[in-house]
Design a protein around this ligand. Structure first.
Ligand code: NAD
Ligand code: ZN
Length: 345
């Protein structure tokens, strides 16, 4: 097992890579924690014999709302939860986002930790202390920065994931490699087949390198005043496509990476050969790179981006593979990119 630590402003977070779910109670400071999970995770991960109460939520991006948060608060009250309670979110990014937000706000905050059960949650969503929900069509609009005390990344739990879910995690790993780790990028190029097949040694290295990169950025800029913004690479278009096309987060991010790479070439930052390297890696990993979407709807969704400042969006571009920069891109330039790069639907 390897431990990566994030030093947040208020708390430390230990990310435990290769730790097992059955050792969870070594890290929980109470004998009866309250577990928040979703229906699929409950079916796939052994948690029936775990001490404590279980709150089960539904699945899908549409349940990542204040309504679900309210339902969970109601159950916490009826379970008699108080400030000494400890919450464990066991699930993918949605469970972690909800559990982290609930724990941070219930009775002004109770202690919490995560068991990340999807590849995407292990390499990204559970790490870094952003916890939030969607609001009125705006993605992750309501939320807090607050670090979980621990995150268990158990590779065994990934075995029940569908291929589609695995691909979503791989998209975030490509993102991390592209913005900050050329060695990880090369490693992915060399091992793409084994990565897709969930070879445990390869996956552990991918999770470790991704978590190490994200943790170091978060430790330097926890509340996203500057450098942390680069973690949004591929996500400006990604979030808009996720909403308009209704595809899973990771697939949308993969398409978002394609467009952001093309814009990086257009701005003279990324060599065409490097753009080709990125596209070819994504194709080898079976990640979607072709984007087809209704142009006007997509442009509207882009306008709702949180990183928008009047007519500009702070957009993450690549200055070569392994280096990211944030530049202001006008809405007009984005409109041109949509017309040039995206097939109309
Ligand atoms: N807070 C952050 O910093 C951050 C970062 C990246 C993404 N996110 C968020 O994460 C979410 C996406 O996360 P996700 O891809 O993990 O989605 P998810 O939580 O919806 O999980 C995907 C699906 O897999 C199922 N599942 C989970 N673990 C399983 C297992 N071990 N076996 C079988 N099925 C399992 C879930 O029930 C769900 O149906 C998005 O809402 C995104 O905004 C947050
Ligand atoms: Zn993401």
């Amino acid at each position: 097992m390897k431990t990566v630590t994030i030093q947040g402003n208020r708390a430390r977070s230990n990310i435990l890579i290769g730790e097992r779910l059955e050792n969870l109670y070594q890290y929980v400071p109470v004998s009866q924690p309250i577990i928040i999970t979703d229906v699929n995770v409950q079916k796939n991960c052994p948690m029936d014999s775990m001490p404590g109460d279980i709150i089960t939520i539904g699945t899908g991006e549409k349940i990542k709302t204040l309504k679900t948060v309210k339902d969970v608060y109601t159950q916490l009250v009826s379970l008699g939860a108080d400030r000494s309670s400890f919450i464990v979110g066991i699930g993918g990014g949605i469970v972690c986002d909800i559990a982290g937000f609930v724990a941070s706000t219930f009775m002004r905050g109770v202690r919490f930790g995560f068991v990340a059960t999807t590849l995407l949650a292990q390499v990204d969503a559970s790490v870094g202390g952003k916890n939030g929900v969607n609001f009125n069509g705006y993605k992750n609009m309501i939320g807090v920065f607050n670090q979980p005390e621990f995150v268990i990344c158990d590779p065994e739990l990934l075995k029940t994931l569908s291929e589609r879910e695995i691909l979503c995690g791989l998209a975030e790993i490509v993102k991390h490699a592209a913005i900050g780790d050329i060695d990880l990028f090369t490693f992915l190029e060399q091992h793409h087949e084994n990565a897709g097949a969930l070879d445990s040694q390869i996956i552990e290295r991918l999770v470790l390198d991704s978590v190490t990169l994200k943790s170091s950025i978060v430790s330097r800029d926890e509340t996203e005043r500057g450098e942390r913004r680069i973690l949004n690479f591929g996500h400006t278009f990604g979030h808009a496509l996720e909403k308009v096309m209704g595809v899973p987060h990771g697939e949308a991010v993969s398409m978002g990476i394609t467009i952001a790479s093309a814009l990086s070439v257009k701005r003279g930052l990324l060599a065409v050969e490097d753009e080709q390297r990125i596209l070819s890696l994504m194709k080898h990993l079976k990640l979607p790179t072709r984007v087809e979407s209704e142009h006007e709807q997509l442009f509207d969704a882009l306008g709702k981006d949180k990183k928008r400042e009047s007519n500009f969006i702070n957009f993450v571009l690549l200055d070569g593979i392994g280096t990211a920069v944030v530049e202001k891109i006008s809405l007009e330039e984005l409109k041109d990119a949509i017309d040039e790069k995206i097939r109309p639907k």
